[in-house]
Design a protein around this ligand. Structure first.
Ligand code: NAD
Length: 349
């Protein structure tokens, strides 16, 4: 299978490419504009494979996207390209509207045009719209998001993801494009850009800097190891039904403060210092519109398609901390030149 992976130089996209080329034997074509979040070093493990090709373009550029479809003749699209950081969407939503909404529309139209030009049956083609559980809004203390939970996004980021999901579903119902939507919980693992909670805390701890926790730290996220997510997308591509939605989650709910404490405990063990890393924890102003709790019911994906997360949070976080300690070659250029860890996403009066 030849798969066009948009956003393939990002955190999840690069894990998808490594899994698809390395484990599944698919050909991948990466379509990526290389924003601050794109990193070719994350694709180094597959870069020399004859099964890998790279196209540097913006998904909003219809002519370029059409040419890529014609040149590479993909059997599927896994659409991950997005602006992905909630805090950045609070500071400036424009680029989120462009990439996440206009870009997704451009890609759906290009796929529709490609199938029309190619002729024949669209049934063997797949368009996987990779989305987030954040489109469902916030849960209280109980309950789980299912595939039928109504959309109720809180942040500019999740609102643009919701918009693109609606477009993708409409392209299925109206034009018969074989779209599948996946909604996954918070990912973590190797190659994660250090603006997100887990890598930020690991690197700040390593540099003995304050470890910022928003609000009172009680917000709950349902953590999914990125390689489990990549496997889930491979399964959905192979066995998922067009028109369906699949929730992907690791059954690993944790309060943010407990995530940070767990990282501190690993740092105390692996990089002991004079004082415990726990003493670096600093509670800071909350994120505006901060959703209290996300939790995914992944039973549809587990029972219908036979996928299951392999990592618990305990195994995944240990691997992740060790990876960052070993891979300064990957993160140091980002910390020095792209993002140094400053606070993002506060609303100014
Ligand atoms: P990321 O920010 O690490 O990577 C995004 C990639 O998209 C980058 O390589 C970037 O260069 C590329 N890109 C951005 N704008 C583009 C454009 N206009 N044209 C072409 N390429 C462009 O994001 P991620 O964390 O890997 O997330 C990937 C997808 O998964 C996103 O759609 C995101 O909404 C979704 N998702 C992420 C998480 C998570 O926890 N990270 C959870 C649920 C869903």
């Amino acid at each position: 299978m030849r798969v066009l992976v948009t956003g393939g130089a990002g955190f999840i996209g690069s894990a998808v490419c490594r899994h698809f080329v390395g484990d599944l034997g698919h050909d991948v074509v990466v379509l990526d504009r290389m924003t601050y979040a794109g990193n070719l070093a994350s694709l180094a493990p597959v870069a020399s494979s004859p099964k890998y090709a790279f196209e540097r373009h913006d998904i909003c550029d219809a002519a370029a996207v059409n040419a890529i479809f014609d040149r590479h003749q993909p059997d599927a699209v896994v659409h991950l390209a997005a602006e992905s950081h909630v805090d950045r969407s609070i500071s400036g939503a424009d680029i989120f509207i462009q990439t996440n909404v206009v870009g997704s529309f451009t890609l759906l139209e290009a796929a529709r045009r490609y199938l029309a030009v190619r002729g024949g049956d669209a049934a063997d083609f797949r368009f996987i719209q990779v989305s987030t559980d954040e489109v469902y809004g916030s849960l209280g203390a109980d309950g789980l998001f299912t595939e039928t939970t109504a959309y109720d996004p809180s942040s500019p980021y999740s609102a643009t993801k919701a918009a693109s999901d609606h477009l993708a579903k409409a392209w299925h119902r109206t034009y018969g494009l074989p779209v599948i939507v996946s909604n996954c919980s918070n990912n973590y693992g190797p190659y994660h850009f250090p603006e997100k909670l887990i890598p930020l805390v690991i690197l700040n701890a390593l540099e003995r800097k304050p470890l910022p926790v928003y609000g009172d730290g009680s917000n709950v996220r349902d953590w999914l190891y990125v390689e489990d997510h990549a496997r889930a997308l491979g399964v959905i591509l192979a066995k998922g039904t067009p028109g369906e939605t699949y929730n992907i989650g690791g059954r690993n709910e944790r309060a943010n403060i407990d995530v940070v404490r767990q990282i501190c405990s690993w740092m105390d063990e692996l990089r002991p210092a004079n004082t415990s890393h726990h003493e670096l924890i600093a509670m800071v102003a909350d994120r505006p519109g901060h959703d209290q709790r996300y939790a995914i019911d992944a039973s549809k994906l587990e029972t219908e398609l036979g996928w299951r997360a392999l990592e618990t949070f305990e195994t995944g976080i240990e691997k992740t901390v060790r990876w960052y300690l070993d891979r300064a070659d990957w993160w140091k250029p980002l910390r020095d030149r792209v993002y140094g860890g400053e606070r993002l996403g506060l609303v100014k009066a």
